[in-house]
Structure formats: C-alpha cells, structure tokens
Design a protein around this ligand. Sequence first.
Ligand SMILES: Cc1ncc(COP(=O)(O)O)c(C=O)c1O
Length: 390
Amino acid sequence: MIPMTPGESSDPRLFLKTMLLEMKGVQRYDIGFPGATDLAFPELAEILTGQLLNNVGDPEDPGLGRNHTKPLEREVVAAVADILHAPEERWGYVTTGSTESVLHALHDARRRYPDSVLYTSAAAHYSVAKGAHLVGLPLVVVPTHSSGSMDIAGFRRALAPRRGRPATVVATAGTTMTEAVDDVPGIVAVCDDLGVVRRRIHVDAALSGVPLALLPEGERPAFDFSTGVTSMAVSGHKFLGTLMPCGVLVYAGPSGAGVLTRIPYTGSVDSTITGSRSGHAPLILWWVLSTLGAEGLRRRARASRRLARYTHGQIQALGWPTRINPHAFTVTLAEPPTAVLAKWVLARDGRTAHVVCMPGMCRDQIDEFVSDLKRALSVSSALSPHLRAI
Ligand SMILES: Cc1ncc(COP(=O)(O)O)c(C=O)c1O
C-alpha cells in the first residue's frame, strides 16, 4: 500500500533503491524479449525528470502549448522515413509503440475504405487482430512457411475470391517469434495481378525495420517504402534502445492520415490516436539517432547478428533443434526443459522459445545459458519427436 502519511511505512527512496538493485540483478537472465539495454541517457536527466513535455495533436502543428518537442519529433520522423526509403512526401508521428502504429494504420484504412478486408499472416503480432476488432475490419489470416514468413500463394488464394473489395494488408518485417520477413514485393505483385488497386499496405517492422534498412544494397531484403507500401512502423524501445516504450510511424503521402479535425482547446489537428502524447519519447529518439548516426546503428546491428549466429551455433552443437533466419537477432529453439525456463526469461509459444540477441547482451550470458541447457539435457531426454524439426 502507498503510505499517504510521511513516516507511516518504509522510506520510498529505500524501496526504489532495492527495486532497482533487484532489476539489475535479474537483467542478465532476460534474453527472450527484444529490448536493447546498451544505452543510458544521463545527459537528458534534467529534462526527462524536471520538465513537462506534451506533444498533443499533430506533430506538424505546434498548437497552443509551448512545452513540447514537436520540432525534434519531426526530425525523428524524417530520419526514420529516410532510413526506410520513404518518398519525399511523407507524414508520421512518434507513437507509444508498434501496437499503436498498427491501430493507426488500420483506422486510416477503415476510414478510406470502409468495406475493406484485412489480411495478415498467422505469424503477425497479436496487435493486428486486436486492431481489426477495434476498428471493425474483417480479418483473414494467411498461412506461413516454416520460416514464419507469409505464404504468398496462400495470400493469393485468400485475396482472389474477395478481389472486388478493397484490401488492407499488414505485412511483417521481423515476426515476433522467428524474425521472418514477409515478401512485400510478392504481396504488392499479387494485389496488382488481381487488380486490387484500392488497397493499403502497412509494414510492421517493430524490431527489424531499422537494422534491415541499414544493410548494404544487395543484401537488404525488399520490404521498405521502395516496394510501394503505404505505411511502416518501428518500435523505439527495441533496436533503438530508448528504454521507455515508444515507436515511429511513417506514411508515404501527405499529412492527415487520421482524423483531421482541428481542436479549438489544443489548437492543433487531431491526427493521432491519443490526444496528449509524450514529448520525452521523441526527445530520447532524437538523441539516439543524432548521437549514434547510421554508422553507430549499423555497428550495433552487426554485433547483435554476430552474437545471434554464435548462439545458434552453440545450441546446434548440443544437438538441440534451433533455427535462425537471415539477418536475424532472434534464435528460435525447441522449448527447453523447465529447469532452464525457471532461470531464464524466454519468449515461448508452447512449442518453441527464442533468444533475441539485442544490443547490451554479451557472449558470457549466452555461454551461461548454453551450459544450463546442456546440464538440463544431460538429466532429461526431454525432446519429443514433433520438435525434432522446428
Ligand atoms: C512484429 C511485432 N509487431 C508489433 C509488436 C508490438 O510492439 P510494441 O511493443 O512497440 O507495441 C511487437 C512486439 O514484440 C512485434 O514483435
């Protein structure tokens, strides 16, 4: 219970110190979720903890208030849009994360095409089904290949009988469980081939958007705006390491993808999902992008991929089923025995689990994890036949 009278209970400062110590103590075992932990922001302490910042409404519209970071937010949107090869005419904003970005894209699609049908793969993030329910779009789930990427022939089979209706597609670049990248040019080609011109294509690139887009030409999978998609989003707390949940949503095209009412009370256009929005999140994103630059981001991505390949090799050497997709930070493995799951925080789906080698993780953690896995396997022959290939 929160003590409302000073001295009634333990000192909140002491409580905070203990909580932080506990969190730091267990961070080593947190290898299953894609949050980078290599960055800290002491230079921003004063503004983060001592200044109200509210970017209410549209980022391109200052509104009445002065305590906002909209100029920095516009720089962040422009930088991410450039990385993702967006056209010159673009619009976007800093969201609370890729979930809100999906919701905005689906809301936009529903407003433009009220009779649209939504298509996404079985490996898409759960926010897509939730967003479909919230905005009232009928959802068709397309099967995936074993890698986790959308089966394009399956997409064609799903789209063909509904070709008379507009299509909204949420493709994924870096699926949650296996970090697979959907064949976005394949999706566009099927729409073209079936004459579905009334369409919106959102690419959910929560984890992988920035690292994939920074790969050299020729190595980079075709998934970004150059393929002709409508919108894309990345999370800020994943690869960009903002520590607080946030995201960047970018549209190809002019401003005003959402509701375009000017609100007299705030003096700005209501084009975003929430009204009040964090001004601190754009500030951290701006700091990360300006201090690391493209080369700093590339360096972190290369180190993560190296660690992921090492992890995959070490697990493979134990004879335990594992896979890794091209360019991925994510190593998928058959779900380990319970002794391992009790110590290590791994994302899992009941059959497989994964380790995500984010910036901030080191080889030493992987070695300890692999040695725990080895020990657990030596005392149990836990591998059921259906897991032999994952
Ligand atoms: C592919 C994908 N999309 C969306 C999300 C949700 O992102 P956020 O946590 O930024 O809302 C995730 C989170 O893991 C994800 O993996």
